[in-house]
Design a protein around this ligand. Structure first.
Ligand SMILES: *Cc1c(COP(=O)(O)O)cnc(C)c1O
Length: 357
């Protein structure tokens, strides 16, 4: 893949945030973006890096009507030795192709996705924050651009990658979250899009999240669509529990997003000799275990926070605290281990860290 680079003129460069403090998430975008189009018969073509800016699509573009869209999310950061690194980016690229298959969209070779990230990082290297914990978030996405209103898979697509600096998630230490167990709305049903990283899943989740926030909660805990009985995910993260010393998490049975962080957590726990069970988790079991103290930890796992401890669940109007609202030992250890591996402070035994030349 030959990427043509058109750099932004010096006077068109965007203002970089002055410090990593107050960056937040998704508020700033770097000077350049990667674009590549697909047309049936022609395949992927014109891979290029251009100044960040509007992308022209017609109002009839199918993505705007039928939501044929997928995305990914990963971070580039400066490791301790001064190298720019990515964490298991091949996993994101492979998942992107699985999402594409589910959404009837064309595949992009993993090597080409990684080449696009690398070249974009080279061009916008000055946008990568140097503060520990801060990073350059990479957002690849694919949209259906064919301008027609017939309901069928599109024959034309745009793949784009944008990046932007984001702050450290825990600038002030771990902050356990309060979770509302959601019984009315569902995120995804088996057979639906839950396994794909599709924007449509997020659209489906907004009302529940908004209602929960208005009621003073940080996130919702999603239950299964059929019976509202089994735990699925927490907000936009995978969920894990420590129950009587065992690490328990729902299995990837169709409606759950296969998280890279979830996988990394399970690999580490097994390596540490902690019993691990991927099995259906009834919400009743969790609430009862939180109440009688046998649930010692609950935490979300995802790229942004890595580990997000849950301090309390509210279920049917009753609030139960987890471990007295304190952050558990395994949550801390996993966060320390994964970020330690990412930043090159702990040996990368699994070759998860990918150095960007
Ligand atoms: C992206 C995502 C996750 C976390 O995946 P990671 O690869 O660990 O970042 C979990 N759940 C949902 C719904 C997601 O979209």
């Amino acid at each position: 893949m030959e990427i043509v680079v058109t750099e932004a003129a010096a006077d068109r460069r965007r203002k970089k945030p002055e410090s990593a403090e107050g960056l937040g998430f998704g508020n700033h975008f770097s000077d350049h973006m990667f674009l590549m189009e697909y047309a049936g018969g022609k395949g992927w073509h014109d891979p290029r890096i251009v100044p960040y800016g509007p992308i022209p699509i017609l109002p009839a573009a199918m993505v705007l009507h039928y939501a044929q869209e997928i995305f990914e999310g990963l971070k580039a950061y400066y490791a301790q030795d001064g190298n720019v690194c990515l964490f298991r980016p091949d996993r994101n690229a492979e998942r992107f192709n699985r999402s594409a298959a589910r959404m009837c969209m064309p595949q992009i070779p993993v090597a080409d996705q990684l080449a696009a990230f690398r070249e974009l990082l080279r061009v916008d290297r000055e946008w990568i924050p140097r503060a520990r914990g801060a990073s350059l978030y990479i957002r690849p996405a694919m949209i259906a651009t064919e301008p027609t209103l017939g309901v069928r898979p599109a024959s034309e697509y745009l793949f784009f990658v944008i990046t932007g600096p984001v702050g450290a998630y825990y600038a002030r230490g771990f902050e356990p979250v309060r979770i509302l167990v959601e019984e009315k709305y569902v995120r995804a049903a088996k057979g639906g899009l839950g396994e794909a990283k599709a924007g449509a899943n997020y659209a489906a989740s907004l009302l529940a999240a908004k209602t929960a926030k208005a009621a003073g909660f940080d996130q919702v805990l999603w239950l299964d669509a059929e019976r509202r009985q089994f735990v699925e995910e927490v907000g936009t993260m995978n969920i894990l529990f420590v129950l009587r010393g065992e690490l328990v998490t729902p299995p990837l049975s169709g409606s759950i997003l296969p998280g890279v962080t979830r996988d990394s957590v399970l690999v580490l726990a097994r390596e540490w000799g902690i019993p691990v069970a991927e099995r259906p988790v009834p919400i009743e079991e969790i609430v009862a275990a939180a109440a009688d103290g046998t649930l010692s930890e609950a935490f979300g796992a995802g790229t942004a926070a890595v580990i997000s401890p849950v301090g309390a669940f509210s279920y049917r109007g009753r609030e139960v605290r987890v471990n007295g609202g304190r952050v558990g030992e395994l949550s801390r250890k996993l966060h320390r281990e994964i970020t330690g591996i990412q930043y090159g402070e702990i040996e990368d035994r699994h070759r998860w860290v990918c150095r960007v030349e």
